[in-house]
Each structure stands twice: as C-alpha cells, then as structure tokens.
Design a protein around this ligand. Structure first.
Ligand code: GSH
Length: 203
C-alpha cells in the first residue's frame, strides 16, 4: 500500500493513526504531497487532488478517509474501527458522524481565513464559528456523559484528529474555553503513541 498525505491534514491523520493502531504502518509506503498544485505528485493517482489517498496492492486508488478506514478494516483481524455487521454499533456511527461534521466545518472556516482579507465572507465565518461552537458544546456534554471512551475506534480517532487540528492548525478558535472535559479528553488522547507520531505542525 502507498499513502499520499500532508502532515497538516486531519483527514489524512485519521488514516495515519489507523495504520499504526492496526499494525499496518510498516507495510505502507508514504509520500507527502503538495495540494492545490498542478504539479502535485498526487494528481496522477487522484484527479480530485485531496488527501488521504491510498493506492492498494492491485493498483486501485482509494480516496475519502472513511472509505479508506473501511478498507483497512478488511486488512486486519482485530476489532474493527467501523461497525461491520450492522448488528449493534450505531452509536459509533453516530459519534463518528458528529466528529466528521466538526472537521468538515472547521475546514471550511479555516479555508475562508486563508483567503485574502477582502475575499473573506463574514457570513460564512459566522456560520462556521457558530456551527463549531454548537458541535463542540454537544461534544463536551457527550464526553462528560462517557461517550468517546474505550478502545480507539473510528469515532475516537476522528474526534482526536478534529481537536488536534483545531489546536494546532486553526488557532484563532479557542475551542477549549468553557469545555474542560473535552480539553482533558484531548490531552489524554494526544499521549497515545499513534497520535504522538502524527502530530500536525503548528501554524
Ligand atoms: N472528505 C474528504 C476530505 C479530504 C480533504 O478535504 N482533504 C484536504 C486536506 S485536509 C485536501 O486534500 N485538500 C486539498 C484541496 O482541497 O484541494 C475525506 O474525508 O478524506
């Protein structure tokens, strides 16, 4: 397998953490690529030009973080990251959805902030900051109630990636303020070796 990634991507971090957790990291080549670059080494593999992108043995190229996690679950015999048989674990999917929604919203907000000042939309920033705060408040309550604990499944990985990205790459947003439980949850997950090994660079 070969993973194309960038070090700052929360989506790619989910896959990088999963590879380590599932014992698949050593057998996976990795290439850091450029984004939004017509010369990017990624484009011959993925015309969409986004990471994570995973080329698997038979030359097939997988994109989209959750589809890649689903594939990785077929490559190990331990407990799955995602519920597989549909019998019980809708709670994991529900939690995963919220964490992915948080990442998506933060990514839109952050992209807005990277535009030249005169091109930024105040309305879009207000919408996304409100969405992020509302979602984080719900997550604060959920974690206080015992959610997102236990083994490192896809929901926990996604929430850790979301908070880590906010902490290190979207620093205008003081997400910890008023959310002590979530802050403590994040501090703990960042001590996990797979999270430590994939810390996004601070900007
Ligand atoms: N839904 C995708 C989102 C992936 C994504 O947006 N990745 C960003 C990096 S954080 C990217 O590659 N952006 C490049 C671009 O938008 O051109 C997933 O879950 O993998």
């Amino acid at each position: 397998m070969k993973l194309f990634y960038v070090a700052g991507s929360p989506y790619a971090r989910m896959v990088r953490v999963a590879l380590i957790e599932l014992g698949l990291d050593a057998q996976t080549d990795k290439q850091e690529v450029t984004l939004r670059d017509p010369e990017s080494a990624l484009l011959p593999y993925n015309p969409v030009g986004r990471v994570p992108t995973l080329q698997i043995e038979n030359g097939v190229v997988l994109t989209e973080s959750l589809l890649i996690l689903s594939y990785l679950d077929t490559r190990h015999s331990g407990q799955p990251l995602l519920p597989r048989d549909g019998s019980d674990d809708w709670i994991t999917l529900s939690r995963l959805g919220k964490a992915m929604g948080l990442i998506d919203g933060l990514a839109v907000w952050n992209r807005e902030l990277r535009r030249p000042v005169q091109e930024r939309s105040p309305g879009m920033q207000a919408l996304e900051s409100t969405r992020a705060a509302r979602t984080l408040d719900a997550l604060e309550n959920a974690v206080a109630g015992g959610a997102y604990t236990g083994r490192l499944d896809a929901a926990r990985i996604a929430l850790g990636a979301a908070l880590g990205w906010s902490e290190r790459r979207h620093r205008t947003f003081k997400w910890r303020e008023g959310r002590p439980v979530l802050g403590a949850w994040y501090d703990e997950i960042e001590t996990t070796p797979s999270f430590r090994a994939t810390l996004p660079p601070i900007v």
